[in-house]
Ligand binder design. Sequence first.
Ligand code: ZN
Length: 277
Amino acid sequence: MKPAFQKDDALLADIARARAEGRSRLWWLGQSGFLLHTRAGTILFDPYLSDSLTQKYAATDKPHTRVTERVIAPERLTGIDFITSSHNHTDHLDAETLKPLFTANPQARLIIPRANRAFVLERLGKIESTLVQIDAGESVTVAGAELCGIPAAHNTVERDERGHCRFLGYVARVGGKTIFHSGDTLMHDALIPALKPFRVDLALLPINGNRPERQVAGNLNGREAAGLAHAIGARVAVPHHFDLFAFNTEPPDEFEAACRQLGQPFRTLHNGEGVEL
Ligand SMILES: [Zn+2]
């Protein structure tokens, strides 16, 4: 298994240092999970910090073999203001991650697509009071951060019977920075127009691509992710959604080559690694 850049006590010490010194910093926790700390609030985007999928699919023809070791047990992360879930797939809405997180962070709120409320309550149990529901085009302010819903196509922009999007990305404006967390998405017509007005500083984008033979919903590939970052004028692009499951990963090489070609600044992180904002 690939070692994390840093994990457990070393990761917690890095987070504690940034907090003590009042610095804004972002850590990649693996797959689409990121911890963002700013003086205005601490956000946890789409954490998956268990082995629930590896266990669920063990001894099936779809083994979810872990590529990189886990960086932290969810119950050890504290001081979280809010947590996002971009959609209902387990690597973005994991009961084995979220239940211990909410026990350790009873004050935290869970931001979810409005369309997914019933599903989320069924999966996580009685957490109604922690939920903040938003839809594409809406924004909410929680703990000093403004979050806006961006439609995502995984693989299409799917809506419930009331017209609310089942898949979202989120733009967070917090501590003077604007961060786009893509969720899982392919390119679609509404994506660039929705993102461009935000003047995104940091775009967190999936790069594992869309391969029908994997029999799972797909994502931007590296070249498309670089193109999206460039098209919206993102100051820095950070790739994610790779190095977690052996059957559904891609190396970041194509993303990095495309960024260089476009003159798009990027930063590839390792699991557990942080970057200063
Ligand atoms: Zn995913």
